[in-house]
Design a binder for this molecule. Structure first.
Ligand SMILES: [Ca+2]
Length: 408
């Protein structure tokens, strides 16, 4: 089945980047309306949307194996294999038990950089406690041999336990030196029926003795690298690389600059694209561009504060920001070095192409607006762009692939 989508020009406006917003602070006080237009940036590409494979349940992440197979996580707890364009009927045995509830379950799957020699893969998931209502974010590694997992070993369990159903983070990315980065969400801390708990400074995302709202950095066996920023600091967890996050749902290294970027799911308003720096505080919930759900009332101390990072871009209203990938490959030359991220939220469903000049966002082109609930974006070794599509009711959904077209 081929679904044709031709696009050369953006058909909808994407909201603002920070430098523009800083000049127009009044505009973003009106949460719930599109604040500013962001031009689509340098020329894009025409493409068609092709169904790569169908029949997945809440696919969360994809990984490409050297033999051409794809591994796909389903949030309910199954790891699936796509071979020759077909979804194999049997899930991969050996996946650890997951707490499949709300936003949590089986989440990311990433290959070790030396997978071809060591066959190691990494899985992140919502881990159930002895009390099954309790959950946290955990990470296991295993060897993937003959379509099954062997030597499964949990190598990290986040200090992020509670009974909330969401904000697990759980995106994984490897750097070039064999360090593994993983996001841990804030586990919905401070979120009450009346809005955010006003003790913003006391929120676990601002507390280095909790992994909630952090990005951790580990060696490939789960041990702590000696040069992590908070090693040796009393009261701080040594795995933490950056903190003050809410729920980072995308994590990727730029292939040319080696810089780590993250997408972060904000509250009502205030989804973010961030450059991740060692030891930095990203501000949640003290600062931000969001508001309380429903009422839209402000709860932040402000938009900016000394010692807290500003996002490279933010979205008001929130698009339900999801997975992140940087384009490299030969199929779409104009897209090289661009970031691609998904939006899952209702009318804001989209794929966004973000053009960069170094760490500055110079354009945002909304694509596939209103068409798909995109959970994850990956660039295949074949240079095609793959999209994992979520169905909010858990009905079967596809993985789509963007292919170039010459049509004008
Ligand atoms: Ca922030």
């Amino acid at each position: 089945m081929k679904m044709i989508s031709k696009r050369t020009i953006a058909t909808a406006l994407d909201s603002s980047v920070r430098p523009v917003a800083a000049l127009c602070a009044a505009a973003i006080l009106s949460i719930g309306t599109v604040a500013e237009a962001q031009p689509p940036g340098p020329p894009g590409e025409t493409f068609e949307v092709v169904t790569f494979v169908e029949g997945l349940r809440n696919p969360w992440s994809m990984a490409f194996l050297p033999n051409g197979d794809m591994l796909v996580t389903e949030r309910g707890g199954q790891l699936r294999i796509v071979r020759d364009g077909k979804l194999l009927p049997d899930p991969v045995p050996g996946v650890p038990p997951v707490r499949a509830l709300g936003q949590g379950g089986l989440q990311d799957v990433v290959l070790h950089p030396d997978f071809e020699s060591n066959r190691l893969i990494y899985l992140s998931y919502a881990k159930p406690g002895e009390d099954p209502m309790q959950g946290t974010t955990a990470l296991s590694r295993a060897r993937f041999e003959n379509d099954r997992l062997v030597d499964v070993e949990e190598i990290f369990e986040a200090e992020a336990w509670n009974d909330r159903p969401g904000h697990f983070g759980a995106r994984i990315a490897f750097d070039d030196e064999g360090h593994l980065f993983m996001s841990v969400g804030d586990r919905m801390a401070g979120l009450t029926q009346q809005g955010m708990d006003p003790d913003l400074e006391g929120h676990p995302s601002q507390d280095l003795s909790s992994h909630q709202g952090s990005i951790v950095r580990l060696n490939d066996d789960g041990s702590v690298p000696e040069d992590n920023p908070f090693v040796g600091r009393e009261g701080a967890l040594p795995e933490i690389w950056s903190y003050g996050h809410r729920n980072p749902q995308g994590l990727a290294f730029h292939p040319e600059t080696g810089v780590l970027w993250s997408t972060e799911h904000g509250p009502q308003g205030g989804d973010e694209l961030n450059v991740i720096r060692k030891g930095a505080n990203y501000g949640w919930p003290v600062i931000g561009y969001g508001a309380n759900y429903g009422s839209g009332t402000n709860f932040h101390r402000g938009r900016e504060m000394q010692g807290m990072e500003q996002p490279a871009a933010f979205w008001v209203p929130s698009i339900g920001i999801s997975g992140l990938a940087f384009y490299q490959g030969d199929q779409f030359p104009n897209w090289r070095g661009n970031a691609f991220l998904g939006g899952m939220s209702g009318n804001y469903q989209r794929l966004v192409r973000v053009s960069l000049n170094g760490e500055t966002v110079i354009g945002r082109e909304p694509l596939l607006v209103g068409e798909y609930r995109i959970r994850d974006v990956r660039v295949g070794p074949d240079g095609y762009v793959y999209l994992a599509i979520d169905n909010i009711f858990g009905q079967p959904s596809p993985i789509l692939r963007l292919e170039p077209t010459d049509e004008e």
